[in-house]
Ligand binder design. Structure first.
Ligand code: ACO
Length: 329
């Protein structure tokens, strides 16, 4: 069999027009721009309107990624969407995007790995391409988190935003180019740290028997510690698997959940600030979508050049985590 790998040839992103600033949140809950900026690093986030769905942003991001890749929708073999906030439980967002794009030859699936959804999707794409089963795979991550927010809960409502990012992976025979290595992991024993009650078939009730609200419940400080540990370990693992070290990294694109988490991971990896991509201030935590949105902006801003070594690194509910080392083509 040929020595195949997968490289990214197109990226795209789409976020809602509507902005919700920290100053807007000051009017909604007992919080301040100063607290959010200092403790989390967010200044504003984007919020979907009622007539905008997860698939709206997923489709727009996908169109740009396919255009940059120079492909037609018919050439896409597989559409994978990382999401836990799809339009509906079924059809999947991938099915809706396939129809919107006219990608009639594509297989379709959504991947539920919370904030690690893009990395898990990219891992599946890499494996399918590496095995020679498929050639062009569109990996999207898209979230409308603000539909799942308790706007009275200052612990969580300040954190999240909406949006989508996408990347087209294609087969390459060039050695040392594209995806070099991958690390995926999970720890279901920590499932209680991040839960979205009443978002599936299990019924959650309050002590008085009333249905619990469908809104994120998080043990923030425990999630924080796990995020730093797991993202650090995942980044080191992909570097080791690729025969590289932290000194080889040109750009770290880490899950944008909290600026202090990113700083802590970067410090452990001994990366200087110019080697760490940050856009959390503009979009907040868009769950699975933070990595492809950041990747798209990094490419558009000229922060990623041919030959650069990228490490993408994410962490989320489950718990789940994952990283990839990518030599940019
Ligand atoms: N505004 C003002 N004060 C606040 C706010 C707020 N929005 N939220 C909490 N506080 C207060 C608390 O009440 C507390 O006050 P006290 O000291 O009087 O009791 C104080 O600030 C400190 O609270 P902590 O919860 O200890 O604050 P912390 O520094 O841990 O920050 C945060 C909280 C931002 C949630 C942090 O723990 C975090 O980022 N955790 C990780 C989140 C994450 O990574 N999520 C990713 C996964 S999401 C997914 O997978 C879907």
């Amino acid at each position: 069999m040929q020595n195949l790998s997968a490289k990214i040839i197109g990226v795209g992103m789409s976020v809602p027009e509507k902005r919700l600033t920290n100053f807007d949140l000051e009017k909604m809950v007992d919080t301040s721009d100063e607290w959010i900026s200092k403790r989390v690093g967010i200044k504003e986030r984007r919020v979907a309107e009622e007539n905008e769905y997860n698939s709206t942003f997923a489709t727009a991001a996908a169109k740009d990624a396919i255009e940059m890749a120079g492909l037609t929708p018919e050439e896409i073999d597989f559409i994978i969407v990382g999401t836990t906030t799809g339009d509906t439980a079924y059809p999947s967002v991938a099915c809706i995007v396939q129809n919107n794009l006219g990608a009639v030859n594509a297989a379709v699936v959504d991947v539920a790995a919370a904030c690690t959804g893009f990395i898990y999707g990219a891992g599946i794409a890499w494996s399918m391409i590496k095995s020679g089963l498929m050639k062009n795979i569109l990996v999207i991550a898209s979230e409308v988190n603000t539909a799942m927010i308790d706007w009275h809960d200052r612990d969580t409502c300040i954190l999240f935003g909406d949006g989508a990012g996408a990347a087209v992976f294609t087969a390459t025979e060039e050695t040392g180019t594209g995806v070099l290595s991958m690390e995926l992991g999970g720890d279901g024993s920590c499932q209680e740290l991040l839960v979205m009650p009443n978002s599936g078939s299990r019924k959650y009730t309050n002590p008085d028997g009333t249905p619990m609200m469908r809104a994120i419940q998080m043990t923030g400080n425990e999630v924080f510690k796990n995020a730093v540990r797991r993202m650090n370990e995942a980044a080191l693992a992909v570097l080791k698997k690729a025969g590289l070290s932290n000194e080889d990294v040109d750009l770290l694109i880490a899950h944008q959940a909290n600026i202090r988490i990113i700083d802590a991971v970067a410090k452990r990896l001994k990366l200087s600030p110019e080697k760490v991509y940050i856009n959390i201030q503009k979009y907040g935590n868009t769950s699975a979508a933070t990595i492809p949105i950041a990747l798209c902006e990094a490419v558009q801003e000229g922060r990623v050049k041919s030959g650069d070594l990228l490490v993408v690194d994410a962490f989320g509910a489950g718990l789940t985590w994952g990283a990839m080392a990518i030599r940019w083509a």
